[in-house]
Write a protein that binds this ligand. Structure first.
Ligand code: NI
Length: 283
């Protein structure tokens, strides 16, 4: 019997914390539960309020500035009177610059890029690849509808200096036909893949197609994927009046670098135009 009483007593002692815990859960205040347990009441240390820091001033919360918008223009895109065969920069006396994107369209990147440009009213020039145009006709339609320009960047992106004139014609024709099929508009300029085109080729292409060869003066080498801030810094340090900036919407990092880069250029007072507008301004 004594053994049984001891067992019961031990059992009650063992279960006491459980009762306490259950009480804590059931009751809104643990204070009552503490009183019910056999443990002595805890010693409560009063919490001292933190002293007010001296010389602390109110700091206004950071509010995101509204997106800068490129000014609208009704500049001419007519380059029919142009006699200059190659361009790597426009008029150095005006703050107009051209943003160019090569090797697309690529659905995810180009869609995102078009959204960014639209928000800022920036009109760019896309040196598209014919086979990608054929696969994404709706994207190139959207480019034209939103005021961008399309340029001929060949069909296969091969090195034109290694090709016969017949093959070069085939590359340019296939690209042009894909752009016309998708948009009803002919490209007005061309950019050779890798910038590789001999003087002789530039001359006959200009005579035959009316395409000036468009190169660039700002190349951040974004295709090497050096990171957003490097792409941005290179563009900001090299861009000047009349610059033609080379980027590739083929790569997501290039598209990622666009918003902060173009916002910084807008803050510097540059105005974005298409390549044909840049040429027309340089007559
Ligand atoms: Ni290219």
């Amino acid at each position: 019997m004594a053994y049984k009483v001891t067992m019961r007593f031990n059992l009650l002692r063992a279960l006491a914390p459980v009762f306490t815990a259950v009480s804590c859960t059931l009751l809104s205040s643990c204070g009552l539960a503490v009183m019910m347990s056999s443990d002595p009441a805890p010693v409560l240390t009063p919490v001292q309020p933190a002293p007010l820091a001296k010389n602390v001033q109110y700091v206004a919360p950071t509010i995101k500035a509204p997106t800068l918008v490129n000014p609208s223009s009704s500049l001419s895109s007519d380059i029919s009177g142009n006699t200059q065969i190659s361009w790597s920069r426009g008029n150095p006396n005006q703050k107009y610059i051209a943003l160019t994107f090569d090797d697309g369209p690529v659905t995810s990147n180009t869609t995102r890029l078009l959204d960014m440009l639209k928000r800022r009213n920036i009109k760019a020039t896309f040196y598209v690849l014919g086979n990608r145009v054929q696969n994404n006709p709706s994207l190139v339609k959207r480019m034209v509808a939103e005021g961008h320009e399309l340029g001929n960047h060949t069909w296969t992106h091969g090195k034109l200096t290694n090709m016969s004139d017949t093959k070069v014609r085939w590359e340019l024709d296939k690209n042009r036909d894909a752009i016309v099929a998708a948009t009803g508009i002919k490209p007005r300029t061309m950019r050779p893949p890798y910038g590789a085109l001999s003087t002789r080729q530039r001359n006959w292409i200009f005579k035959e197609y009316g395409y000036p060869t468009i190169l660039w003066d700002v190349d951040p080498e974004d295709w090497k994927k050096p990171g957003i801030s490097v792409v941005k810094d290179r563009i900001l340090s090299k861009t000047r009046n009349g610059s033609i900036i080379l980027l590739h919407d083929l790569h997501s990092v290039s598209v990622d670098a666009v918003p902060s880069t173009v916002d910084a250029l807008l803050r510097k007072g540059y105005k974005f135009v298409t390549v044909s507008q840049l040429i027309a301004l340089s007559k």
